[in-house]
Design a binder for this molecule. Structure first.
Ligand SMILES: Cc1ncc(COP(=O)(O)O)c(C=O)c1O
Length: 358
Protein backbone atom coordinates (compact mmCIF):
# COMPACT_ATOMS: atom_id res chain seq x y z
CA UNK A 1 0.00 0.00 0.00
CA UNK A 2 1.75 3.20 -1.07
CA UNK A 3 1.23 6.20 1.19
CA UNK A 4 1.13 9.86 0.07
CA UNK A 5 4.54 11.37 -0.83
CA UNK A 6 4.07 14.47 1.29
CA UNK A 7 3.09 15.31 4.83
CA UNK A 8 -0.06 17.37 5.61
CA UNK A 9 -3.55 16.66 4.18
CA UNK A 10 -3.89 13.83 6.71
CA UNK A 11 -7.20 12.52 5.30
CA UNK A 12 -5.25 10.97 2.39
CA UNK A 13 -3.32 8.74 4.80
CA UNK A 14 -6.53 7.56 6.51
CA UNK A 15 -8.16 6.88 3.12
CA UNK A 16 -5.20 4.90 1.79
CA UNK A 17 -4.99 2.74 4.92
CA UNK A 18 -8.76 2.34 5.30
CA UNK A 19 -8.64 3.67 8.86
CA UNK A 20 -11.59 5.75 10.08
CA UNK A 21 -10.42 9.29 10.67
CA UNK A 22 -11.23 10.37 14.27
CA UNK A 23 -13.14 13.66 14.70
CA UNK A 24 -10.08 15.32 16.19
CA UNK A 25 -6.78 14.81 14.47
CA UNK A 26 -3.40 16.40 15.18
CA UNK A 27 -1.26 16.44 12.09
CA UNK A 28 2.35 15.98 13.20
CA UNK A 29 3.26 15.17 9.59
CA UNK A 30 3.06 18.86 8.80
CA UNK A 31 6.12 20.90 9.73
CA UNK A 32 5.07 24.54 9.64
CA UNK A 33 5.51 26.82 12.65
CA UNK A 34 2.90 25.74 15.26
CA UNK A 35 2.58 29.29 16.61
CA UNK A 36 0.52 30.15 13.53
CA UNK A 37 0.89 33.10 11.16
CA UNK A 38 2.07 36.44 12.67
CA UNK A 39 -0.84 38.23 14.40
CA UNK A 40 -0.92 41.11 11.88
CA UNK A 41 -2.29 38.70 9.24
CA UNK A 42 -5.62 38.29 11.05
CA UNK A 43 -5.71 41.87 12.26
CA UNK A 44 -5.30 43.32 8.75
CA UNK A 45 -7.04 40.55 6.81
CA UNK A 46 -9.91 42.72 5.58
CA UNK A 47 -7.50 45.25 4.16
CA UNK A 48 -6.08 42.58 1.85
CA UNK A 49 -9.40 41.95 0.09
CA UNK A 50 -9.08 44.93 -2.22
CA UNK A 51 -5.81 43.47 -3.55
CA UNK A 52 -7.72 40.80 -5.45
CA UNK A 53 -9.45 43.27 -7.75
CA UNK A 54 -6.29 44.09 -9.73
CA UNK A 55 -3.52 41.97 -11.24
CA UNK A 56 -0.53 41.41 -8.98
CA UNK A 57 2.92 42.75 -9.79
CA UNK A 58 4.48 40.27 -12.27
CA UNK A 59 7.83 40.27 -10.42
CA UNK A 60 6.24 39.68 -7.03
CA UNK A 61 6.50 43.18 -5.54
CA UNK A 62 6.36 44.27 -2.75
CA UNK A 63 7.89 40.98 -1.65
CA UNK A 64 10.72 41.04 -4.21
CA UNK A 65 12.21 44.24 -2.76
CA UNK A 66 11.56 43.15 0.82
CA UNK A 67 13.39 39.82 0.31
CA UNK A 68 16.28 41.55 -1.49
CA UNK A 69 16.62 44.04 1.40
CA UNK A 70 16.31 41.34 4.02
CA UNK A 71 19.25 39.43 2.54
CA UNK A 72 21.23 42.47 1.38
CA UNK A 73 21.22 41.49 -2.30
CA UNK A 74 20.04 43.33 -5.42
CA UNK A 75 16.51 42.68 -6.71
CA UNK A 76 17.94 41.32 -9.95
CA UNK A 77 19.29 38.36 -7.99
CA UNK A 78 15.91 37.33 -6.56
CA UNK A 79 13.00 35.44 -8.12
CA UNK A 80 9.66 35.10 -6.33
CA UNK A 81 7.77 31.84 -6.62
CA UNK A 82 4.33 30.52 -5.79
CA UNK A 83 5.97 28.62 -2.96
CA UNK A 84 9.48 27.19 -3.16
CA UNK A 85 7.77 24.28 -4.92
CA UNK A 86 7.19 26.43 -8.00
CA UNK A 87 10.85 27.48 -8.02
CA UNK A 88 11.86 23.80 -8.03
CA UNK A 89 9.45 23.01 -10.85
CA UNK A 90 10.87 25.85 -12.92
CA UNK A 91 14.49 25.01 -12.08
CA UNK A 92 14.11 21.39 -13.19
CA UNK A 93 13.63 22.39 -16.84
CA UNK A 94 17.08 24.02 -16.73
CA UNK A 95 18.57 20.51 -16.43
CA UNK A 96 16.48 18.77 -19.09
CA UNK A 97 18.27 15.63 -20.39
CA UNK A 98 21.26 16.47 -18.15
CA UNK A 99 22.70 14.79 -15.09
CA UNK A 100 21.78 15.56 -11.46
CA UNK A 101 22.90 14.33 -8.06
CA UNK A 102 20.44 14.15 -5.17
CA UNK A 103 21.47 13.41 -1.60
CA UNK A 104 18.82 11.25 0.06
CA UNK A 105 16.78 10.92 2.22
CA UNK A 106 15.34 14.27 1.26
CA UNK A 107 12.41 16.33 -0.01
CA UNK A 108 10.77 14.32 -2.81
CA UNK A 109 10.05 17.26 -5.13
CA UNK A 110 13.65 17.43 -6.40
CA UNK A 111 13.35 13.99 -7.94
CA UNK A 112 9.70 14.45 -8.95
CA UNK A 113 10.37 17.68 -10.87
CA UNK A 114 13.62 16.47 -12.47
CA UNK A 115 12.01 13.21 -13.62
CA UNK A 116 9.51 15.20 -15.71
CA UNK A 117 12.44 16.51 -17.76
CA UNK A 118 14.21 13.17 -18.24
CA UNK A 119 17.14 14.12 -16.06
CA UNK A 120 19.60 11.31 -15.34
CA UNK A 121 19.63 11.21 -11.54
CA UNK A 122 22.43 9.80 -9.41
CA UNK A 123 21.38 9.10 -5.82
CA UNK A 124 23.66 9.34 -2.81
CA UNK A 125 22.36 8.07 0.52
CA UNK A 126 23.68 9.99 3.53
CA UNK A 127 21.83 10.17 6.81
CA UNK A 128 24.32 11.52 9.36
CA UNK A 129 27.04 13.34 7.40
CA UNK A 130 27.87 14.28 3.84
CA UNK A 131 30.14 11.67 2.19
CA UNK A 132 32.45 14.31 0.69
CA UNK A 133 34.60 12.02 -1.46
CA UNK A 134 31.59 10.30 -3.05
CA UNK A 135 29.91 13.68 -3.64
CA UNK A 136 33.01 15.08 -5.32
CA UNK A 137 33.32 12.00 -7.56
CA UNK A 138 29.73 12.43 -8.74
CA UNK A 139 30.04 16.19 -9.22
CA UNK A 140 32.69 15.57 -11.89
CA UNK A 141 29.98 14.06 -14.12
CA UNK A 142 27.00 16.14 -13.03
CA UNK A 143 25.33 19.37 -14.14
CA UNK A 144 23.63 20.01 -10.81
CA UNK A 145 23.58 18.75 -7.23
CA UNK A 146 20.64 19.26 -4.85
CA UNK A 147 21.32 19.69 -1.13
CA UNK A 148 18.65 20.40 1.48
CA UNK A 149 20.06 22.33 4.45
CA UNK A 150 18.78 21.76 7.08
CA UNK A 151 17.62 18.53 5.56
CA UNK A 152 14.03 17.40 5.46
CA UNK A 153 13.27 14.84 6.95
CA UNK A 154 16.37 14.32 9.13
CA UNK A 155 16.85 17.87 10.46
CA UNK A 156 20.59 17.50 9.77
CA UNK A 157 22.52 20.72 9.18
CA UNK A 158 25.54 19.98 7.02
CA UNK A 159 28.53 22.11 8.13
CA UNK A 160 28.79 25.34 6.13
CA UNK A 161 32.43 24.50 5.49
CA UNK A 162 31.39 21.25 3.71
CA UNK A 163 28.92 23.17 1.55
CA UNK A 164 31.63 25.70 0.65
CA UNK A 165 33.92 22.82 -0.30
CA UNK A 166 31.23 21.26 -2.46
CA UNK A 167 30.38 24.60 -4.08
CA UNK A 168 34.05 25.24 -4.90
CA UNK A 169 34.55 21.77 -6.36
CA UNK A 170 31.31 22.08 -8.33
CA UNK A 171 32.40 25.48 -9.68
CA UNK A 172 35.60 23.91 -10.96
CA UNK A 173 33.59 21.21 -12.74
CA UNK A 174 30.84 23.54 -14.12
CA UNK A 175 28.23 21.94 -11.91
CA UNK A 176 25.50 24.01 -10.26
CA UNK A 177 24.47 23.57 -6.63
CA UNK A 178 20.88 23.99 -5.52
CA UNK A 179 20.74 24.63 -1.81
CA UNK A 180 17.29 24.31 -0.33
CA UNK A 181 17.17 26.51 2.79
CA UNK A 182 13.41 26.15 3.34
CA UNK A 183 13.96 25.44 7.06
CA UNK A 184 16.97 27.65 7.67
CA UNK A 185 14.78 30.34 9.30
CA UNK A 186 14.53 28.00 12.31
CA UNK A 187 18.32 27.97 12.69
CA UNK A 188 20.17 31.25 12.24
CA UNK A 189 20.57 33.55 9.23
CA UNK A 190 24.32 33.44 9.89
CA UNK A 191 24.21 29.82 8.71
CA UNK A 192 22.77 30.79 5.32
CA UNK A 193 24.86 30.44 2.19
CA UNK A 194 23.35 33.63 0.75
CA UNK A 195 26.23 35.85 1.90
CA UNK A 196 28.66 33.60 -0.03
CA UNK A 197 26.77 33.68 -3.32
CA UNK A 198 28.97 36.39 -4.89
CA UNK A 199 31.92 34.03 -4.52
CA UNK A 200 29.93 31.12 -5.97
CA UNK A 201 27.92 32.10 -9.07
CA UNK A 202 27.12 28.40 -9.57
CA UNK A 203 24.98 28.20 -6.39
CA UNK A 204 21.22 28.80 -6.24
CA UNK A 205 19.67 29.20 -2.79
CA UNK A 206 15.95 28.41 -2.54
CA UNK A 207 13.92 29.71 0.41
CA UNK A 208 10.34 29.20 1.54
CA UNK A 209 8.13 31.63 3.44
CA UNK A 210 5.56 28.96 4.29
CA UNK A 211 7.38 27.13 7.10
CA UNK A 212 8.53 29.85 9.48
CA UNK A 213 5.53 32.14 8.90
CA UNK A 214 2.94 29.34 8.86
CA UNK A 215 1.41 30.44 5.56
CA UNK A 216 1.56 27.27 3.41
CA UNK A 217 -1.92 27.99 2.07
CA UNK A 218 -0.81 31.36 0.70
CA UNK A 219 2.15 29.93 -1.30
CA UNK A 220 5.29 32.04 -1.27
CA UNK A 221 8.94 31.20 -1.82
CA UNK A 222 11.97 32.62 -3.61
CA UNK A 223 15.41 31.89 -4.94
CA UNK A 224 18.61 33.94 -4.88
CA UNK A 225 21.37 33.38 -7.40
CA UNK A 226 23.38 35.23 -10.02
CA UNK A 227 21.41 37.45 -12.40
CA UNK A 228 21.75 35.15 -15.43
CA UNK A 229 20.35 32.17 -13.59
CA UNK A 230 17.51 34.30 -12.17
CA UNK A 231 16.62 35.54 -15.67
CA UNK A 232 16.63 31.98 -16.95
CA UNK A 233 14.30 30.78 -14.18
CA UNK A 234 12.05 33.79 -14.74
CA UNK A 235 11.74 33.03 -18.44
CA UNK A 236 9.98 29.79 -17.51
CA UNK A 237 7.72 31.14 -14.77
CA UNK A 238 4.13 32.00 -15.65
CA UNK A 239 3.35 35.72 -15.71
CA UNK A 240 1.63 36.85 -12.43
CA UNK A 241 2.84 33.64 -10.77
CA UNK A 242 2.59 34.96 -7.22
CA UNK A 243 -0.60 36.43 -5.86
CA UNK A 244 -0.93 39.92 -4.40
CA UNK A 245 -2.08 38.82 -0.94
CA UNK A 246 0.89 36.48 -0.54
CA UNK A 247 3.46 39.06 -1.68
CA UNK A 248 1.97 41.80 0.51
CA UNK A 249 1.81 39.60 3.59
CA UNK A 250 5.24 38.10 2.82
CA UNK A 251 6.87 41.55 2.74
CA UNK A 252 5.38 42.32 6.16
CA UNK A 253 6.45 38.94 7.56
CA UNK A 254 10.10 39.71 6.94
CA UNK A 255 9.83 42.59 9.44
CA UNK A 256 8.71 40.18 12.22
CA UNK A 257 11.99 39.77 14.05
CA UNK A 258 10.46 39.12 17.44
CA UNK A 259 8.09 36.51 16.00
CA UNK A 260 11.03 34.67 14.42
CA UNK A 261 12.93 34.68 17.70
CA UNK A 262 9.92 33.23 19.55
CA UNK A 263 9.42 30.54 16.90
CA UNK A 264 13.06 29.44 17.05
CA UNK A 265 13.04 29.35 20.85
CA UNK A 266 9.76 27.44 20.96
CA UNK A 267 10.77 24.87 18.32
CA UNK A 268 14.02 24.23 20.17
CA UNK A 269 12.25 23.73 23.51
CA UNK A 270 9.63 21.35 22.04
CA UNK A 271 12.32 19.42 20.16
CA UNK A 272 14.49 19.00 23.24
CA UNK A 273 11.58 17.84 25.38
CA UNK A 274 10.39 15.36 22.77
CA UNK A 275 13.94 14.13 22.19
CA UNK A 276 14.28 13.41 25.90
CA UNK A 277 10.98 11.52 25.89
CA UNK A 278 12.03 9.40 22.90
CA UNK A 279 15.39 8.56 24.40
CA UNK A 280 13.71 7.51 27.65
CA UNK A 281 11.87 4.89 25.57
CA UNK A 282 15.11 3.80 23.86
CA UNK A 283 14.20 5.20 20.46
CA UNK A 284 16.96 6.27 18.09
CA UNK A 285 16.68 10.00 17.39
CA UNK A 286 18.45 11.90 14.61
CA UNK A 287 19.91 15.18 15.89
CA UNK A 288 17.80 17.96 14.39
CA UNK A 289 18.34 21.73 14.29
CA UNK A 290 14.86 22.61 13.09
CA UNK A 291 11.15 22.34 13.92
CA UNK A 292 10.82 18.59 13.32
CA UNK A 293 12.72 15.49 14.24
CA UNK A 294 13.08 11.96 13.03
CA UNK A 295 13.14 8.86 15.20
CA UNK A 296 13.06 5.09 15.01
CA UNK A 297 11.51 2.64 17.45
CA UNK A 298 13.85 0.39 19.48
CA UNK A 299 12.48 -2.46 17.32
CA UNK A 300 11.50 -1.09 13.93
CA UNK A 301 9.62 -4.25 12.92
CA UNK A 302 6.74 -2.73 14.93
CA UNK A 303 6.76 0.49 12.89
CA UNK A 304 3.58 -0.20 10.89
CA UNK A 305 1.62 -1.25 13.97
CA UNK A 306 2.82 1.83 15.86
CA UNK A 307 1.96 4.19 12.99
CA UNK A 308 -1.55 2.78 12.59
CA UNK A 309 -2.16 2.75 16.36
CA UNK A 310 -1.39 6.47 16.53
CA UNK A 311 -3.54 7.20 13.46
CA UNK A 312 -6.49 5.54 15.17
CA UNK A 313 -5.83 7.82 18.18
CA UNK A 314 -5.81 10.90 15.92
CA UNK A 315 -2.05 11.47 15.91
CA UNK A 316 -0.67 11.57 12.37
CA UNK A 317 3.09 11.12 12.12
CA UNK A 318 5.00 11.49 8.86
CA UNK A 319 5.77 8.01 7.55
CA UNK A 320 9.12 7.69 5.71
CA UNK A 321 8.20 5.08 3.07
CA UNK A 322 9.12 7.35 0.18
CA UNK A 323 12.31 8.66 1.79
CA UNK A 324 15.22 6.69 0.33
CA UNK A 325 17.48 5.37 3.07
CA UNK A 326 14.74 5.55 5.74
CA UNK A 327 12.36 3.07 4.07
CA UNK A 328 9.39 3.56 6.35
CA UNK A 329 11.31 2.52 9.44
CA UNK A 330 11.60 6.06 10.78
CA UNK A 331 9.02 8.70 11.65
CA UNK A 332 9.18 12.46 11.34
CA UNK A 333 7.33 14.57 13.87
CA UNK A 334 6.68 18.28 13.34
CA UNK A 335 6.72 20.25 16.60
CA UNK A 336 3.27 21.44 17.70
CA UNK A 337 1.80 23.34 20.63
CA UNK A 338 2.81 22.09 24.08
CA UNK A 339 -0.58 20.46 24.82
CA UNK A 340 -0.48 18.64 21.49
CA UNK A 341 3.05 17.38 22.09
CA UNK A 342 1.90 16.15 25.52
CA UNK A 343 -1.04 14.33 23.98
CA UNK A 344 1.27 12.59 21.51
CA UNK A 345 3.57 11.54 24.34
CA UNK A 346 0.60 10.21 26.30
CA UNK A 347 -0.60 8.07 23.36
CA UNK A 348 2.92 6.88 22.65
CA UNK A 349 3.46 5.98 26.30
CA UNK A 350 0.35 3.80 26.23
CA UNK A 351 1.63 2.05 23.09
CA UNK A 352 5.11 1.55 24.59
CA UNK A 353 3.61 0.11 27.77
CA UNK A 354 1.35 -2.26 25.83
CA UNK A 355 4.23 -3.34 23.60
CA UNK A 356 7.01 -3.34 26.18
CA UNK A 357 9.08 -5.94 24.31
CA UNK A 358 9.18 -3.70 21.22
C1 LIG B 1 12.66 20.97 2.18
C2 LIG B 1 11.50 21.63 1.54
N1 LIG B 1 11.72 22.55 0.59
C3 LIG B 1 10.70 23.19 -0.01
C4 LIG B 1 9.39 22.90 0.32
C5 LIG B 1 8.28 23.61 -0.39
O1 LIG B 1 7.93 24.77 0.30
P1 LIG B 1 6.79 25.73 -0.22
O2 LIG B 1 5.62 25.54 0.69
O3 LIG B 1 7.39 27.10 -0.12
O4 LIG B 1 6.47 25.37 -1.63
C6 LIG B 1 9.11 21.96 1.30
C7 LIG B 1 7.73 21.64 1.67
O5 LIG B 1 7.44 20.75 2.43
C8 LIG B 1 10.20 21.31 1.93
O6 LIG B 1 10.00 20.40 2.87
Amino acid sequence: MSLPNHGANAHHVYERLGITMPKTVIDFSENVNPLGAPSFVKERWESYVELITTYPDPLGEPFLSAAANYHGVSKERVIVGNGAAEVFASLAKRYEHKRAVIIHPTFSEYEATLSTYHVDIKEIIAIHALPMEEIKREIEFADVIYICRPNNPTGFLAPLEDIKNIAAYAKKHTCEVILDEAFLDFVDELESFITLLKEFPNVIVVRSMTKMYAIPGLRLGYAIANEHIIQDIRSRMPHWNSNAIATTIGAECLKEENYRFQAITFAKKMREEFNEFLEKWNCTVLPSVTNFLCFQLPDSTYSKDFFEYLLAKGCVLRHTENFKGLNGLWFRVGMKEKSQMELLQKEMTTWFEENSSS
